[in-house]
Design a binder for this molecule. Structure first.
Ligand code: MG
Length: 377
């Protein structure tokens, strides 16, 4: 590969994050070369991506014999793990939604590939295992806007952090009366006011499960104890998160909300990218940045998830798996919006964690919770 060109593998290339990562790559063909792409089921889009970016390897879960891989003579069919291991893949963008990201994330970290992580569930359920690899020298770059903001504030600082303050838009249901939440439809829950994201994370933003996941992500990525991570509701999504240092000084990262910004930051790291994907921030036009406390009655999933996080072990794996099933059932109109929490709570309450935290234990808890959530639904 030519000098100065970074080889990139994108896992989950047809999802919202994967597509936006390719938008960044498309703008800087002299800086990036797509080495591998993977998708689960959107083979039509994957074929078009293969044609445009000519990756060396393609992995598709549902790829038939004459599928996307065969269309491009350069592309060979591979598994996701082979794709991660490809010698030209210096940076792996993890954009597979849900728990399925954990195994490829650990594999990439063990191979000491630089990982740009959008799949926060991998850290939610496997935080201790991921943190162990990072402590041993692996590089994990956050792509989540809040985690990226914290990372940007921390660069160049000694890690004497007093407090992390994560901002939350409050999601699509922030102004909906609490007593009406059981009538919320999937269409309403998917109408996010400020962010363009995948369906699962948008519903998680409506329950604020997503924000609890981001607290866990911040805890494991930046090594800050639970009691020093706070969340404040900020409906404009301009301040993406803040770090308070021991001297009382607070740094924040601001921009109009656009995932291509944190994606570009991770792709170009250690440099800062030059692509301007959002308008320049016009503070006079923004006029007002507002902040509110998080209302626990509106977002009971937030407290439940943090309880599971503090309990540790395989509790977060059970929580996440139950949430994945519950959100899927809600999107399929099989259960109501407030049933998501009810179902997740029952599964977490029933969960009996094993004695030691290993990948096998996590995957077993994940499988158990998925099955149990379906039985209880
Ligand atoms: Mg986020």
């Amino acid at each position: 590969m030519a000098a100065g060109v970074k080889g990139i593998a994108i896992l989950g290339s047809t999802g919202s994050i994967g597509r936006q990562a390719l938008e960044v790559v498309r703008r800087f063909p002299e800086r990036f070369r797509v080495v591998g792409l993977s998708a689960r089921s959107n083979l039509a889009l994957l074929s078009r991506q293969v044609e445009e970016f000519c990756p060396a390897v393609v992995a598709a879960e549902e790829l038939a014999g004459d599928g996307a891989g065969a269309r491009n003579p350069l592309a060979s069919r591979a598994t996701v793990l082979e794709l991660v291991a490809h010698p030209d893949a210096e940076l792996v963008v993890m954009a597979i939604p849900g728990a399925a990201a954990l195994v490829p994330v650990l594999h990439a970290l063990q191979l000491r590939k630089r990982v740009a992580l959008a799949s926060k569930e991998a850290v939610v359920i496997g935080g201790a295992l991921v943190a162990r690899e990072v402590a041993a020298g692996a590089e994990l770059l956050p792509v989540d806007s809040e985690a990226s903001a914290i990372w940007q504030c921390l660069r160049g600082e000694e890690r004497d952090v007093a407090r992390l303050i994560l901002t939350a838009s409050g999601g699509p249901l922030r102004s909906r009366p609490v007593e009406e939440l059981d009538r919320v439809t999937p269409q309403e829950a998917l109408r996010h006011p400020t962010w363009r994201m995948g369906e699962k994370v948008t519903v998680d933003s409506a329950t604020l499960m997503n924000k609890a996941f981001e607290v866990m992500e911040a805890h494991w990525l930046f090594g800050v104890p639970w009691e020093r991570i706070e969340v404040v509701v900020h409906p404009q999504s301009i301040v993406h998160s803040l770090v308070e240092f021991q001297d009382g000084s607070v740094k924040a990262q601001l921009a109009y909300p656009d995932m291509r910004l944190p994606l570009q930051y991770a792709l170009f790291y250690p440099q800062r990218g030059q692509g301007q994907f959002t308008e320049r921030l016009d503070l006079v036009r923004v006029r007002r940045l507002t902040f509110e406390p998080l209302d626990p009655a509106r977002y009971p999933a937030f407290a439940l998830a943090l309880e599971a996080a503090r309990a540790g072990g395989t509790y977060p794996a059970a929580l996440n798996a139950a949430d994945e099933v519950a959100v899927e059932l809600f999107l399929g109109e099989r259960i109501g919006f407030t049933d998501i929490l009810r179902l997740v709570r029952r599964v977490v309450d029933e969960h009996r964690p094993g004695s030691e935290l290993s990948l096998e234990e996590i995957l077993a808890a994940d499988a158990w919770a998925r099955q149990r959530a379906r039985e209880l639904a």
